[in-house]
Ligand binder design. Structure first.
Ligand code: GLV
Ligand code: MN
Ligand code: MN
Length: 418
């Protein structure tokens, strides 16, 4: 690493103040954050971010699906070259934490603010990106999936959120244009590389006592809805032996999930986060029960095995209870190996700043999975206190936030120079 690269550092207090400010938007009574994509709180967070960009004199472009691309001013020759992108997401899971996604966006914003302020000599542009709906209220890694593979109109029209709203309606109400969403793709020729800083969301770095994680790859991700269809009946008059209770079958599937995961591999995980019953009354035997399944595994063929195991178990449970079963699975997102050259650059940057580091895979999904299909991509992790994430207790020490942002800055500057 050149001395010139090492000289530039992020403004730590400004980054911390930004994380604290964004962490107040959408905060619920229990202390968790609720910023589902396209919700009022997500809109407030985006407006706040745009004002921070305007304060710094940065330009912002919104693409057809709502991804934001933030840029310092470069001379026209540089601005036209394939860019280095860095970013993450500002939407959250329900009752989520203040670091997942927000760190990667605000650290990237801080890096390009430093570039805008210091004007280091670069051979290509560096930009900050904010991906739409990373947490997948409508579809897994939604905004980056649009960039990497795109959505057809029929696919977008079929999407619904967890509250039952149609994406097309919510998007239109937020001022979106479905034609533009359908047309959204990113030309890989416009991208030189991407790097995402993220909290680890697990316990490994903390257990090792290491400050920086160099991410080697990201596990495959699948998911969908299993719907058991039985018969709604009176809760008082229908004998237990004559019921077609869909929720009973859903319960049997939930109980079977740990065994199904273990039957595929030691690392495989399956989670059901939402179970709903219809018609949803205390005095009606549920006629329909829907179970979400989220499943992850490092090997591509094994993620298909997980899906098959869930389907086979659901069919056999349905048969046992005399019910029908229907499946609605999303396309699985392939496991991703991150770029070896960028991993080496991140490790060099950490070493040059005297930070301890280790290589590790990501069990969580990230937009980098999609971006790696378009350009060489790397990820940097910083420790999560207690390994907690997707909960209000999610936390990372401020010195780790600043270290991670400095390693990100060094990496971006290295990638932006020949
Ligand atoms: C994203 O947070 C995911 O791993 O689901
Ligand atoms: Mn998340
Ligand atoms: Mn995230």
């Amino acid at each position: 690493m050149s001395a010139e690269t090492a000289r530039l550092s992020v403004n730590g207090p400004r980054l911390v103040a930004d994380l604290e400010a964004l962490g107040r938007i959408g905060r619920g009574p229990g202390g968790g954050l609720n910023r589902t994509s396209f919700s009022a709180a997500d809109g407030e967070a985006r407006a706040w971010l745009l004002s921070r960009c305007a304060d710094a004199g940065l330009g912002v472009r919104t693409d057809g699906i709502g991804n934001l691309i933030v840029s310092p001013s470069f001379d026209a020759r540089i601005a036209a070259l394939p860019a280095v992108w860095s970013g993450s997401h500002i939407d959250t899971v329900p009752n989520g934490g203040a670091f997942d996604g927000a760190l990667g966006v605000l650290a990237a914003l801080e890096c390009i603010r430093r570039i805008q302020e210091e004007r280091p000599e670069l051979d290509r542009p560096v930009r900050c990106v904010v991906y739409t709906d990373e947490e997948g209220n409508y579809a897994h890694l939604f905004g980056s999936s649009a960039l990497a593979r795109g959505y057809s109109r029929a696919e977008l029209e079929a999407l619904t959120g967890r509250d039952g709203d149609r994406f097309a309606d919510t998007f239109a109400a937020a001022g979106g244009d479905l034609d533009e969403a359908v047309a959204t793709r990113l030309d890989p020729a416009s991208l030189h590389a991407t790097v995402e800083l993220h909290i680890e969301q697990g316990p490994t770095l903390e257990q090792l006592g290491h400050e920086i994680g160099v991410v080697t790859g990201i596990v495959a991700l699948g998911g969908g809805i299993v719907s058991f269809v039985g018969r709604a009946d009176h809760a008082g008059t229908t004998p237990m032996t004559r019921r077609k209770n869909a929720l009973t079958a859903a319960g049997a599937l939930l109980v079977a999930l740990p065994e199904l995961a273990a039957g595929v591999s030691e690392q495989a995980v399956i989670t059901s986060g939402i179970v709903s019953a219809e018609p949803g009354s205390t005095n009606v035997v549920p006629g329909i029960a829907r179970v979400t399944v989220d499943f992850r595994e490092a090997q591509a063929d094994l993620v298909e095995d997980l899906e098959s195991a869930i389907v086979a178990a659901s069919r056999s449970i349905a048969l046992r209870y005399g019910l029908e079963v229907e499946f609605d699975f999303e396309a699985t997102i392939a496991p991703t190996l991150l770029d070896a050259g960028i991993q080496a650059t991140i490790a060099d940057a950490a070493a040059a700043r005297g930070l301890s580091f280790s290589s590790l895979p990501s069990g969580a999904g990230h937009d980098s999975q999609n971006m790696a299909q378009l350009a060489p991509t790397g990820m940097i992790f910083v420790p999560s206190i207690g390994g907690r994430s997707h909960c209000p207790e999610e936390n990372t020490a401020w010195h780790d936030v600043e270290n991670g942002a400095n390693v990100l800055l060094d990496t971006l500057l290295r990638l932006a120079r020949d």
